[in-house]
Design a protein around this ligand. Structure first.
Ligand code: SAH
Length: 442
């Protein structure tokens, strides 16, 4: 499979880092020397130009938010961008084993925390629904283990197009879906295996209750603010219209301090940083929920531990794409700062990770699962696909080292305290957390 996964960081970032100016409306960074035919005036570009003309330059965060999730024209709202025909490919789309191992992770956590009589599986940004579909297949296969547990599925998705694809994948629409665009629960149905499933636009609308949360390649699409250190202090990067070339955007630097500077650490040593307040809000919400009702959250994404500088980039047709060119036609993304996620969880819940994808999947038993599937298949093309998928997920040069796993857990889970709320058996929690150490069934 010759695909470029979205985690690639290429020359574009080096260019952006070198070229951002230190003077507002003086020397400025143009996003590149693209010829006019490569910079089509998309409906999103027109919209942004009107917006900037009327209210002034916008932050990179506002740009990302508009380009990706504007309800009328956003990149994510009306298209299926995943897979080989799309702009990028993700682990669950590469191999069924990925979702299966995550399914095992949730069951392992459910068992380790006392086998509650019910839980919600909540996924943020479910893409095509492939990942949750693979997880639910594992739940069905391990039905004897989960037989007395009431499970419901809750998907947080802003994309109309992708939610329709998820509904088709997960429910086959055997039972008609209930739709109510005006309600926080905009769609409801029943999965192929008979589990109630609901769709929301925001995490805060998902009922509070014992839940397992999953966010795979979700945090990287949340809007980031970009900053550069100058002799006058931190200055935020904005996006403005290029006065030299009509219908072209450029980066500029704010002339004075801006409010998002509050998200930069006082002892920050980098000279360029990206901060993502929305990620902090979501981690806080997840932490409060887990501290209150139990459960766990598993976050998997590409990212760093507070070390990288310029990672904001675009992807179109599996290639790096200039972020300011033809907005609305390419994915925009930035590496997740796991040190920030950890800080936002601190004091409320325990966190584990980030650890590399190849370590996590190895600990979850990927080699055993691959062998079972290979032994079951005589079809050379299926065997080849399984092996190629394994290589893509595990190879350190591909996704193995670029992707990280990070978990939020109630403090009692790691301290061996007793969980009073949802556990049928009140047994101590303390056992190793699968993935972060080798999977061991209790
Ligand atoms: N998890 C999937 C898809 C990743 S792409 C996979 O790994 O294959 C990012 C997903 O997040 C898409 O489903 C997109 O529509 C959704 N998304 C993007 N911004 C969002 C937001 N602000 N709130 C909820 N979902 C969002």
């Amino acid at each position: 499979m010759t695909v470029l996964v979205r985690s690639g960081v290429g020359p574009l970032c080096a260019l952006a880092r070198a070229a951002i100016p230190s003077i507002w409306r003086g020397n400025y960074f143009s996003s590149g020397n693209e010829p006019a035919e490569n910079n089509p005036v998309t409906p999103m570009l027109r919209h942004l130009i009107y917006k900037i003309k009327s209210t002034g330059p916008i932050t990179v965060a506002e740009y990302m938010k508009e380009v990706l999730t504007n309800p009328a024209k956003g990149y994510y709202v009306y298209r299926d961008m995943l897979g080989e025909q799309g702009d990028f490919i993700t682990s669950p789309e590469i191999s069924q084993i990925f979702g299966e191992l995550l399914g095992i992770w949730f069951i392992s956590e459910w068992m380790a925390t006392g086998k509650s009589t019910a839980f919600q599986l909540v996924e943020l940004g479910p893409g095509r629904g492939t990942l949750v579909g693979d997880i639910l297949r594992v739940f069905t296969q391990l039905g004897s283990v989960l037989k007395n547990c009431d499970i419901s599925v809750h998907l947080v998705e802003v994309s109309q197009k992708l939610s329709e694809i998820q509904a088709l994948t997960l429910t086959e629409e055997k039972v008609p879906l209930e739709r109510n665009a005006g309600s926080p629960v905009y769609m409801k149905g029943v999965t192929k295996s008979g589990i109630p499933i609901s769709w929301y636009r925001h995490l805060h609308d998902v009922p509070k209750g014992y839940s397992f949360y999953l966010a795979h390649e979700f945090f990287d699409v949340l809007p980031v603010h970009k900053f550069q250190k100058t002799p006058q202090g931190w200055r935020e990067v904005f996006i403005d219209i290029d006065p030299q070339i009509s219908d072209k955007l450029r980066f500029v630097l704010a002339p004075s301090a801006t409010p998002a500077e509050a998200f930069i650490q006082h002892d920050e040593t980098r000279d360029h940083v990206e901060v993502c307040p929305d990620a902090g809000v979501i981690i806080e919400e997840l932490s409060q929920r887990i501290a209150l009702t139990g459960g766990a959250a598993l976050v998997a994404d590409y990212g760093h531990d507070g070390t990288k500088t310029d990672t904001f980039r675009g992807f179109c047709g599996h290639k790096l794409h200039d972020v300011l060119i033809a907005p609305g036609t390419a994915d925009l993304t930035a590496d997740v700062d796991f040190s920030y996620l950890r800080r936002m969880a601190q004091g409320k819940v325990a966190s584990l990770g980030p650890i590399k994808q190849h370590t996590f999947l190895k600990n979850m038993g990927i080699d055993v699962r691959l062998k079972v599937l290979l032994d079951k298949s005589n079809e050379p093309s299926v065997r080849q696909q399984l092996l190629q998928g394994y290589d893509m997920l595990m190879n350190p040069k591909k996704m193995g080292e670029r992707f990280n796993f990070f978990a939020l857990l109630p403090h009692e889970r790691l301290q061996g305290g007793r969980h009073q709320r949802n556990a049928r058996q009140s047994k101590p929690f303390a056992s190793l957390v699968a993935g972060f150490s080798e999977l061991a069934w209790q």
